[in-house]
Design a protein around this ligand. Structure first.
Ligand SMILES: [Zn+2]
Length: 244
């Protein structure tokens, strides 16, 4: 692990700072670098955890310029506005308006705007998925056991051995035919568990846009996996700081 030592005239205490650039140890004038080394050694577990956290933060996809203040919703880029109102005590409110999505929050609301936006998107996703499920169920002649809405960044849908289906809420960012394809795909797994030729024929017979939908998900993966807080929260993630 690379560590940078900075001697400080103003610092009163030893301090370890873990940022995206690495580990920095601030050593007060009256202390030895040895003390700094010992301090790091004694807090090895904390430093390792912070480094891991920094690595994950770096891996989070940042939106490109075009995406700032915008989010994909049902396949279209929609602008997102956060309205901060002084002394508002009601919970954050998300609404779809003609001009885009608006999030109304109190100026010191506890819930981040991004969390409220995610909850709202999850709700929209659940409703759309249920609608498609009811429709596709008639075509495959199967009914799922339970439905889960999940939030992994890597998976769009899943069908368990118990007949439970899960779907990624982020699919609400995709056009309706993409959502329909994923619902069809998982529903078809209730009848055929593998990815055999028969499986694909079944999917294809219910959903003509399957190839186009898969292509859309590949081309838009970065935008759909976006971290909502980089779009709407003005306060960036704090870096890890530990003092003696
Ligand atoms: Zn599959």
């Amino acid at each position: 692990m690379a560590c940078r030592f900075v001697c400080s005239k103003t610092a009163k205490k030893l301090r370890i700072k873990v940022t995206l650039d690495g580990v920095e140890v601030v050593v007060p004038e009256d202390r030895e670098v040895q003390d700094g080394l010992a301090f790091v050694a004694n807090n090895q577990a904390w430093v390792t955890a912070q480094l891991e956290r920094a690595r994950q933060l770096r891996a989070v996809r940042r939106p490109d310029k075009r995406m700032q203040g915008q989010v994909l919703f049902r396949g279209e880029l929609v602008s997102v506005k956060v309205l901060r109102i002084d002394r508002r005590i009601a919970p954050n409110k998300v609404a779809l308006e003609e001009s885009g999505i608006s999030i109304t929050c109190g100026s010191d609301a506890r819930t981040p705007a991004s969390r409220s936006l995610e909850n709202w998107l999850r709700k929209q996703a659940r409703e759309s998925i249920k609608k498609h499920l009811a429709d596709v169920a008639k075509r495959v002649n199967r009914t799922p056991n339970r439905i889960y809405i999940m939030g992994q960044r890597t998976k769009w849908g899943n069908c368990s051995a118990l007949g439970n289906l899960s779907f990624n809420w982020r699919l609400i960012m995709a056009p309706d035919y993409v959502l329909r394809y994923i619902v069809t795909h998982e529903m078809a797994h209730l009848a055929i568990s593998d990815h055999s030729r028969r499986f694909w024929m079944t999917v294809q017979s219910i959903c003509q846009n399957a190839d186009r939908a898969r292509q859309w998900l590949i081309s838009n993966a970065d935008n759909i996996k976006i971290n909502l807080s980089t779009i709407v929260d003005s306060v960036p993630d704090k870096q890890g700081i530990l003092t003696t």
